[in-house]
Ligand binder design. Sequence first.
Ligand SMILES: Nc1ncnc2c1ncn2[C@@H]1O[C@H](COP(=O)(O)OP(=O)(O)O)[C@@H](O)[C@H]1O
Ligand SMILES: CC(C)(COP(=O)(O)O)[C@@H](O)C(=O)NCCC(=O)O
Length: 466
Amino acid sequence: MCLIMPVEETSPQAASPPSGPSKAATNGHGSVIAPVAHKASMEQNGIASHPSHDAPPSMPWFGMDIGGTLTKLVYFEPTDLSEAEEESEVETIKNIRKYLKSNSAYGETGHRDAHLQMENVRVGNHTGTLHFIRFPTSEMPNFLELSKSKGMATLASTICATGGGAYKFEEDFQREVNLTLHKFDELDCLIRGIEYIEDNNMDRECYYFLNPRSEDLCEKVTFDFSDPYPFLVVNIGSGVSILAVDGPDNYRRVSGTSLGGGTFLGLSCLLTGCKTFEEAIELAAQGNNENVDKLVRDIYGGDYQRFGLGGDIVASSFGQMNSAEKRAKVSREDLACATLITITNNIGSIARMVAANEKIEKVLFVGNFLRVNPISMKLLSHAMEFWSGGQLKAIFLEHEVCLGVVGTDIEGTVVSKNSSTCNSKVRGYFGAVGSMLELMRTGELPSCSVGQEGSQVQQLTVPRPA
Ligand SMILES: Nc1ncnc2c1ncn2[C@@H]1O[C@H](COP(=O)(O)OP(=O)(O)O)[C@@H](O)[C@H]1O
Ligand SMILES: CC(C)(COP(=O)(O)O)[C@@H](O)C(=O)NCCC(=O)O
């Protein structure tokens, strides 16, 4: 059984930098055309195939998403090993398992999200537990050092990896820990997952906010995504990528901005001395941007009526901070709040212009910047609707983790149709889960299933690649 990995050369939607890993075709307007990679096209292009295997790959089983800010690592711990299997395991694997399980912090910055742990998961031919570990990508040298000290290099195994770091750190993995990275593209994965919504009538997966500005009237409403095309995807990670999805397996990276989640975090740390994203969001929730920004009414004394600009609209982000007097009065909370609003509004504004340019009305916002961040979701909702005169809708997803899983070619899943079996808190790890499942692709074998503790295990079937 020969399996094909969607390696990078077939997914030419990489961002504009000339040194990017992929060769991209452009459509003449600067946007990059990227059909989702398929086995057939990869074979035609002479792309390397995944090593064929009838048996699952040797353990340990990991998946990695090495992003610009966060590295997300998923580790599968088999809980059904027979005595003979346990005995035949090499000491290094046992030690790695013991080390990962007995700690919830690794070094100073690595965390295992123990509360997200998923029991009773079937991967390949084993049942076990999925562990979710994250650390700042900037700590990669320490991570490699730690892996080396735990004997990873002696295993000579393979890890599936996605995200920009899969390219950046490929040689380091090989050199330091003798690990081969099978890379696959983060945007292909994302788009496939979203398309799965349409294919599987996941009619409660998408939602938008009604009356996003009103604390009392704001309501989360299901969005009917049964007729999705065309739609825009705004992926807010460290930076922002904007993709226009024209039809099945057909998308373009039409725009992007470097002012993204990483900018919010970086500026917040700089301005408030906060140390984490969570702290920055908490500060922002307690602050008032009006002490930092210059509003239309600060300039006009009221509304700018001729063009319908209300007095409470931000005219100039951080526009009051040129005054030493105002700077002296401003709080950390105010600064975090203004930073969040500045970044969010800018993304909303670019998304709106791209939508108008592309004549697209549905705009899907995804990425970890929106994690624990209802302020931005509601702001985006309001901005999209207000500035488009009600034409544009900001749409969000309930379960990015499930979409990520199916986004790597896992189809026919029961899990994603039944949201109660999805762990929505695992948002942000989907690329890592998806990359581990890539490792498991073994043709038509049922390869992965997910169940809650105590519930029936449900099967995900993995089709033979198209
Ligand atoms: N615990 C966290 N640590 C750092 N950033 C976080 C965290 N949770 C959410 N974020 C936000 O998510 C962004 C990263 O999003 P993500 O989708 O993981 O992108 P990337 O793959 O580029 O790391 C950060 O820049 C930050 O704004
Ligand atoms: C380069 C990236 C695709 C990397 O993805 P990320 O790790 O930020 O999720 C993204 O940061 C991006 O699209 N940046 C904006 C580049 C630009 O169009 O200006």
